[in-house]
Design a protein around this ligand. Sequence first.
Ligand code: CTP
Length: 164
Amino acid sequence: METTQERPGGRTVLTYGTFDLFHIGHLRLIERLTAMGDRLIVGVSSDEFNAAKGKRSVVSYEDRAAIVGAIRGVDLVIPEHAWEQKAADIAEYGVDVFVMGDDWRGKFDDLEELCEVVYLPRTVGVSSTEIKQMLRALDPAHLDELQSAVTSLTNLLTHYRDLT
Ligand code: CTP
């Protein structure tokens, strides 16, 4: 097994994510990561990497990185450009523990050769995708669609009443 080089200052924790529309699940994750070590590095997915994953974030990489970097306990933000960079980042930054939410359970077990790998439970009931879906429901175009559906239904009911 390859050994990792522990840097001065103790245990280094590394995670990755998109962190779009930063929410309470993201905050709770970072709080737990902070408690797991002495230095926290967060890889934030670049817009290009998100596109390659078929994802499109509402907030730009620059802004997502600035928001994550401003959270207490985050020592360094690095861009995540590709799936394969994790092993190189672990070596470069002397990472002791690599942590992901348990939606990724088992997916990164191969990194156990390089450092400890931990999957944390997600905060229940919130995700960027759900927030986007809720915002989409408020989109004026959808309100127009809803309104025209209500109008059609009202006309239908009026017609039905006239027939009876
Ligand atoms: N996360 C979490 N609890 C949540 C949402 C996310 O602990 N309710 C964690 C994920 O497990 C991941 C990190 O936050 O380790 C970044 O997740 P990200 O994919 O950016 O957030 P999601 O809200 O899951 O976004 P999406 O819906 O686009 O997948």
